[in-house]
Design a binder for this molecule. Structure first.
Ligand SMILES: [Zn+2]
Length: 314
């Protein structure tokens, strides 16, 4: 009897696979670049399965956490950041290509499951888990289970409206939280400040061109203590906090766990985020504190959670 399952994290840049034991430990892992056609993506997953099973043979099941809205049949219905996946039958295609029983879920749901089972929300029943990267993903954990909604599309928190300003989101709608508070949004705010003559250090990191400033340049300059970059980051953290407080007022979580690439900013992000968040929470002096913490499993959370899905966790 095998005591591990396979987990795949399918994003717009990389496909990653791991053989994961029942304690969340990674026994073997591989990665490849994400191809730009669906059949090539499926073929790449099948190749990664062959490669990882050379070390860990006979996997009983495979879980996939993928970008996009995934229905209960394992069809990716919509994925604004990975168009090759839209309306594609991921579960049946991967099962046919690998011969391994497969389950498919949204990548943020998979990461949340990993943090609840093995990470920063371990043992907690109520949690909000955000994936703050190029975009914003999220998952709601209620009574220890990931909330899925009527069709599997619940907790698309990046597309919850936080302003009527005409700032376009990747999905095409204006004013969504992802348009205001994602890593891409930090880049946009940085370019605006640089074009107005500020943000000299971040502009230098971007090769001297204000139009080339991205979120990572603002973040690096802020971590080096640059006052201008810290001001942009504070403004951006305010938008992150606006969404967190709105969601916390609705959900009353025990904790908010932040995963995704932006969390590598550490306290440069978390300190202003907590400060702005407290000021927006209903009755903050009259309720238990809701902490905002960094995810513990880092970039492996998606694979570890997908492997948990494959062994029946929801
Ligand atoms: Zn949107």
């Amino acid at each position: 009897v095998s005591d591990f399952t396979l987990g795949v994290d399918l994003g717009g840049t990389n496909v990653r696979i791991a053989a994961v034991d029942f304690d969340g430990g990674v026994r073997a892992e591989r990665r490849a670049e994400t191809p730009d056609r669906f059949d090539a993506i499926v073929a790449t997953i099948a190749e990664l399965v062959v490669a990882v099973t050379a070390e860990c043979p006979d996997p009983p099941a495979l879980g996939i956490g993928t970008a996009g809205m995934v229905d209960f049949d394992g069809v990716v219905r919509y994925a604004p950041n990975v168009p090759a996946l839209i309306e594609r039958p991921m579960r049946t295609a991967v099962e046919a290509a690998t011969g391994v029983p497969t389950v498919v879920d949204n990548d943020a749901n998979a990461a949340a499951l990993a943090e609840v089972l093995h990470g920063a929300a371990h043992g907690l029943r109520q949690a909000l888990v955000l994936t703050l990267g190029t975009g914003i993903g999220g998952a709601i954990v209620d009574d220890g289970r990931v909330v899925r909604g009527a069709h599997g599309f619940a907790a698309e928190v990046g597309h919850f409206q936080v302003t009527d300003a005409d700032v376009p989101c990747a999905c095409g709608q204006p004013g969504h939280w992802e348009a205001m508070a994602s890593g891409n949004a930090l880049g946009r705010m940085g370019r605006d400040r640089a074009a107005a003559g500020g943000l000299a250090r971040a502009t230098q990191l971007a090769g001297g061109d204000p139009a080339a400033v991205r979120g990572v340049h603002v973040g690096d300059a802020a971590q080096a203590g640059d006052a201008d970059a810290l001001a942009v980051l504070d403004d951006w953290a305010r938008w992150v906090a606006i969404g967190c407080a709105g969601l916390a007022n609705v959900l009353d979580p025990q904790v908010i766990v932040v995963s995704g690439g932006m969390v590598e900013l550490g306290d440069v992000l978390l300190a202003p985020l907590r400060r702005h968040f407290e000021g927006r929470l209903e009755g903050s002096e009259h309720r238990p504190r809701i902490d905002i913490v960094a995810a513990r499993l880092g970039e492996r959370a998606g694979m570890i959670g997908a492997a948990a899905l494959a062994r029946g966790h929801r």
